[in-house]
Design a binder for this molecule. Structure first.
Ligand code: NAD
Ligand code: MG
Length: 397
């Protein structure tokens, strides 16, 4: 018996309304849209109009808002479409549990951990943009994906680059991985100049257009700190094998150095759709309508050493890597609280790292991550400490 046309691949997009989520839907549309893909569920938070219009455009079976207060608004926006609506944290986990072949994990922050874990456990291929899953839950998360039987495909541009530059069966010959960092908008600024910046200035990234959290994280280099820990878990390398180099043009997305002295890099324009497309079609490559590099126009690529004094987040990542265990979860949770306090203008830009460091030191004896409950408990405790430290600084100011 001959089969007719192939069944469309079934996809889920966690965080469809964000920067990565919107780029993912663009890639899906470029690669055939509803003809080629069946969208099981999409999720968002506050932007109900966008979530509903995305659901209609891509033909999702279910749309979920994480914000329970917006359930009625979502239901009304989808009335008569046949698209189911749901709301709340449990609804996110249920959406992730619906069978699909491939899940884009693009919720920002630790909020993405529980739903992504659910998708991993049921064996979906996980296209991982949410680096916080790996920073917090590390090996537990990697194990959940491999026990579920799915593949873990990095979407973060640096990790996608490394994934592409890693040669099959050559892990033994990997000497180092080199993460590139743009340096963000304050690459050349002194600490004194950075002390009084606002979130509006800090979020203006020179090369990439991204969500608020990662944009501020690029300015403080906290994003690179998370990426160092993400790299350890994805590529099973020791802390001493992870290097960071500042590369202001964001063209070399990262590199792998081998024991024979060779360095393999992946290059491209700063556009997340290349990494998203690769994660969707891996191990094949596809045709995407993105800008092409023009080397003559580029003329030069610059590299410089990172400055851990001006950007202490990099030093904190090394500390978390050396201490191991749940220190990644602690660093990440403390920084999420400090980031929100900075955005709310309750603390200054430089105080974000101070608070993360103080919480990491406070919880130095935290131990290793044996269970997911231990990860969530460490996350909670770190948030409590960070909240106290934010309040102390507010009072002192
Ligand atoms: P974003 O802020 O633009 O979007 C975040 C998404 O998460 C939105 O859909 C939002 O509705 C949802 N969300 C927010 N709070 C939530 C909550 N409490 N519960 C459930 N959902 C919630 O973020 P982004 O820039 O698209 O980044 C998403 C993830 O991808 C982050 O982990 C980020 O570090 C990573 N990443 C982003 C980029 C990029 O270019 N934007 C690059 C590499 C990695
Ligand atoms: Mg990145």
């Amino acid at each position: 018996m001959t089969t007719g046309s192939k069944a469309p691949r079934r996809l889920t997009i966690l965080g469809s309304t964000g920067s990565i989520g919107q780029n993912t839907l663009d890639v899906i549309a470029q690669l055939g849209g509803r003809e080629a893909f069946d969208i099981a569920a999409i999720t968002g938070h506050d932007n109900i109009d966008l979530l509903a219009s995305q659901a209609r455009a891509c033909g999702a079976a279910l749309a979920v808002t994480a914000n329970e207060d917006r359930y009625q608004a979502l239901k009304e926006a989808l009335a008569g479409t046949g698209i189911a609506a749901a709301a709340g944290r449990n609804a996110l986990i249920e959406a992730a549990s619906i069978p699909s072949d491939w899940v884009m994990a693009a919720i920002v922050g630790t909020a993405g951990l529980a739903p992504t874990l659910e998708a991993a456990r049921r064996g979906a291929d996980i296209a991982l943009a949410n680096k916080e899953c790996l920073v917090s839950a590390g090996d537990l998360f990697v194990r959940a994906v491999s026990e579920g039987g799915g593949r873990l495909i990095p979407v973060d541009s640096e990790h996608s680059a490394i994934f592409q530059a890693l040669e099959d069966d050559q892990q033994h010959a990997v000497e180092r991985i080199i993460l590139t960092a743009s340096g963000g908008p304050f690459r050349t600024w002194s600490r004194e100049e950075m002390a009084n910046v606002t979130a509006a200035t800090a979020r203006a990234h020179p090369n990439w257009s991204m969500g608020l959290k990662i944009s501020i994280g690029s300015a403080s280099m906290f994003n690179k700190a998370l990426e160092m820990i993400e790299a350890k878990h994805l590529f099973n390398v020791g802390p001493e094998q992870i290097e960071v180099v500042v590369h202001p043009q964001s063209v070399v997305h990262s590199m792998v150095g081998y024991t024979d002295g060779s360095v393999l890099a992946q290059l491209g324009c700063p556009d997340m759709r290349t990494a998203i497309g690769y994660a969707l079609t891996y191990p094949s490559r596809t045709k995407l309508n993105v800008d092409r590099l023009d080397f003559a126009k580029l003329a030069r690529l610059d590299f410089e050493a990172p400055d851990e004094v001006r950007f202490p987040a990099l030093r904190l990542a090394r500390t978390a890597l050396e201490r191991g265990g749940l220190q990644g979860a602690v660093m990440n949770a403390a920084e999420e609280i400090a980031f929100q306090a900075f955005v709310d203008e309750r603390i200054g830009f430089l105080e974000m790292a101070d608070i993360a460091e103080a919480v990491m030191d406070e919880m130095i004896g935290i131990g290793s991550a044996e269970t997911m409950d231990a990860v969530f408990a460490a996350d909670d405790e770190a948030r409590r400490y960070a909240t106290v430290f934010v309040k102390q600084r507010e009072k002192a100011a």
